[in-house]
Design a protein around this ligand. Structure first.
Ligand SMILES: Nc1ccn([C@@H]2O[C@H](COP(=O)(O)OP(=O)(O)OP(=O)(O)O)[C@@H](O)[C@H]2O)c(=O)n1
Length: 405
């Protein structure tokens, strides 16, 4: 069994020693069966939250009313341990009105979204799979546990999860599951934007993003995502871009804003409607501006200087992924950055005091004007960052602009 499960096994053993049942469940079991890297390890148990807390010395109550307790191991790893449960009635297509703890694993598995996510594994690696999830994994099919309609009405987020999994795993949707989403796609309105954003990012980064975006459109789910209604063609076109090569949130949203042809003036509204943090909104705006500059003007030294190395590399990565810039290599951006004569105004060996001295102590707006021109003259290598050369450059400037200062 995967080494990551080792400490989880110890948790399961402790629970069993205390007379409870316990199993690995959810994504970690699914990913193990698919030989994929596993994420969080979840454990389901017959022990109640109070019993879990009494057994383990270090726990965090993250939602005892839903049956979930985080157990922290001696190695400071944390595991979500959840009491076998079934859900009461879902009143808002998202949250059950009550959680009912149950005694059997099967009942717990029955409330889960897809067959591939409803497989349990005991501490010896034995699989408990009442809904044939493993068979669906082998067939590469996403299928709801029980009736699609029921599962999606219970929790509408699951519709977007289905499409996101299809993108990540390159799996198809079983017919009833697909039709169930198509029929109830409008229920996605009831899901919080934060959850939609998380799913959308995972979808975009999936290896099968082309298929994922096709499904998003075919199910009609895109119409219930912020500002994507009416963007069918653009979404499908984005499927041809190797989006999985992106590695961060701001490049993902830069590509989306660009690829969906969001009007420049509306980019901020678009990003805010997805409730992205201010930092990302700012980075995307900077990336788009840089991309524009790189495409339309030859001022590469200036953009590397103004934007800094990290931002320039990110904008460049986005352009490469979008197929907009095949010529500028990453190496070239590093080179441009390394060869910059200055990195900020502070690096100029001639400052405002020197200028005033030159002008017999006269202050004025001309000082900042000349410094900003001097900055660019250095970036464009029109002069050298040496006092004598800069002094001469200043005289020329004054002459050129016919200034007395
Ligand atoms: N809307 C949801 C969310 C989750 N689950 C169940 O809870 C498990 C854990 O959910 P989560 O950690 O959100 O997702 P994973 O399936 O683990 O996948 P990933 O980590 O890739 O998001 C899922 O496998 C599934 O059994 C569910 O039935 N319905």
């Amino acid at each position: 069994m995967n080494i990551a499960f080792q400490q989880g096994i110890e948790i399961i053993e402790r629970l069993e020693e205390n007379g409870h049942e316990a199993y690995f469940v959810g994504g970690s079991v699914r990913d193990t069966l698919m030989d994929r890297a596993i994420g969080d390890i979840d454990i389901a148990t017959s022990a109640t939250p109070e019993e879990i807390q009494a057994i383990f010395p270090k726990t965090v109550d993250v939602g005892a009313e839903h049956g979930t307790i985080i157990v922290i191991t001696t190695e400071q790893e944390s595991y979500e341990v959840t009491t076998f449960r079934t859900d009461g009635n879902y009143t808002d297509n998202r949250h059950p009105d009550e959680v009912i703890f149950v005694k059997s694993l099967e009942e717990d598995l029955k409330r889960r979204d897809f067959t591939m996510n409803a497989i349990a594994m005991n501490k010896h690696g034995k699989i408990i799979d009442p809904f044939d999830g493993e068979k669906d994994i082998n067939r590469q099919v996403i299928r709801t546990v029980g009736k699609a309609k029921d599962r999606f009405r219970e929790d509408a987020l699951r519709m977007l999860r289905a499409v996101r999994f299809a993108s990540q795993l390159s799996f198809s949707l079983e017919a009833e599951t697909f039709l169930g989403i198509q029929a109830d796609n409008a229920l996605l309105e009831n899901v919080s934007i934060e959850r939609k954003t998380i799913e959308m990012e995972k979808l975009i980064l999936g290896q099968g993003v082309k298929f994922g975006l096709e499904l998003l459109v075919a199910t009609g789910l895109h119409s219930f995502l912020p500002l994507l209604d009416g963007k069918k063609e653009q979404l499908l076109k984005l499927g041809d871009v190797p989006l999985y090569r992106l590695n961060n949130r701001s490049p993902v949203w830069t590509v989306l804003a660009y690829g969906l042809k969001i009007d420049k003036a509306e980019v901020e509204d678009f990003l805010v409607s997805w409730k992205l943090p201010k930092k990302i909104v700012k980075s995307v705006a900077e990336n788009l501006l840089l991309m524009d500059k790189i495409q339309h003007q030859d001022w590469q030294s200036e953009f590397v200087y103004r934007a800094g190395l990290e931002r320039s590399l990110e904008a460049h990565q986005v352009m490469v992924v979008l197929g907009l810039d095949e010529d500028t290599s990453k190496k070239k951006i590093y080179e441009l950055f390394e060869n910059l004569p200055i990195y900020s105004l502070k690096d100029i060996v001639f400052d405002g005091h020197d200028l005033m001295e030159l002008a017999g102590g006269k202050r004025g707006k001309w000082i900042s004007e000349i410094l900003s021109d001097m900055e660019m003259a250095l970036i464009y290598e029109e002069t050298k960052n040496e006092r004598a050369a800069l002094k001469e450059w200043v005289y020329n400037w004054l002459q050129k602009y016919d200034r007395d200062y």
